[in-house]
Design a protein around this ligand. Sequence first.
Ligand code: IFM
Length: 465
Amino acid sequence: MTSTDVRPELAPGLAFPPGFTFGAATAAYQIEGAVDVDGRGPSIWDTFSHTPGATYLGHTGDVAVEHYTRYPQDVRLMADLGLSAYRFSVAWSRVLPEGAGRVEQRGLDFYRRLVDELLGQGIEPWLTLYHWDLPQALQDAGGWAARDTAARFADYAEVVHGALGDRVRHWSTLNEPMCSALLGHMSGQHAPGQQDPVAAARATHHLLLGHGLATQALRSRGADSLGVTLNFTPMTPATDRPEDVDAARRLDGQQNRMFLVPIATGEYPADVVADLAAAGAPLPVEDGDLAVIAAPLDWLGVNYYFESTVAVGERPAGRPTSFIGAEDVVELEPEGPTTTMGWGISPGAFTRLLLRIASQAPGLPLVITENGSAWPDEVSDDGAVHDPERTDYLLRHLEAVTEAIEGGADVRGYFAWSLLDNYEWARGYAQRFGLVHVDYATQQRTLKDSAHAYAEVLRAHREQG
Ligand code: IFM
């Protein structure tokens, strides 16, 4: 990328509707550390990250960025940036160390302190109940492949709402169930590290069922801003050959439609049901489940990072597919610049995606719950972190959101991923997504140039009234 690709002058021209929410997002295991403090029980990510060979250089979230103790400083950083909202997740095993039954009050107290700190700074908390860290005790009882886990999730949702419902308005059930189900049970690159298509299909359905049961439980407790966060990757066929077109259909089915369509319509897409059944991994739907899954929502969280081009072809050795029955499909290397994750950069695809979701889920307001990019950031001799690529990515994707809004999509908010550099799951600490740089040796926080650019967008928005 050349410096001419960077367009910070865009910032003042970005116009968002009045009341648009601007925030940043994180997740518990990626930032908290303190894994054995205040009675927290182990989660599947503790187990997985400590499994030899599972993560980059054996990195774990044991320490992460010490947010458990440093949260007051982190909330001050959010206030300095002018964020109006902060999206975070609750670690299930801090609240229910065995996943069910005994409640650990010290875990709830931590989130209450965090929420009070946010509210004190005028920052609206957006709480996610599940960002991939299933209590290990529930995994030992079958995990998401077991139907009972969905009911336990609804119980957990009630416990958290009982403690925080008086001060947290915005609730999301799941973050990216596609990753929990398919990366966790099909490719095995995430916890619990299984490679079992039957378990992957079962986990998919039980995650969605858990979402629906939790939504019903929270609604009956009076919650009025309920959503779920899905991760979308537009899939484009590499050629117009029928087999490539069908490969794109199959991956789009499992990546995008298998999660959105039942939530929006109460039906799984028929082609996906057929694909999974043909692969010997049927969705274990029981009577009444789909009505639960389609429990009415107030907003849909959209996570977007990149688009993918797919074709039928031979997969590289050692790269198992995340998609059921798709061993014959490859995702091509992106053309053009890539982030350090190896992901391409396609803001235009983001606009098209938002318009497509708006048409597939009409009437459901959209909130961008994650969008961001990883780069090899360093603190420079001048003490700053110059990250022109992230600034460019951020501004171009914000512009893409404004274009979707102009095109008719009802987008209400944008959360940058991530507030802080943090533990990027199996990729460890090698991937930096933060607006704020973290020196992992000292835990020192430094606002990157992109953070200043984001603050400038927010300031301009506030001034526009
Ligand atoms: O870090 C993750 C996050 O936990 C979920 N969405 C994608 C991000 C970047 O990979």
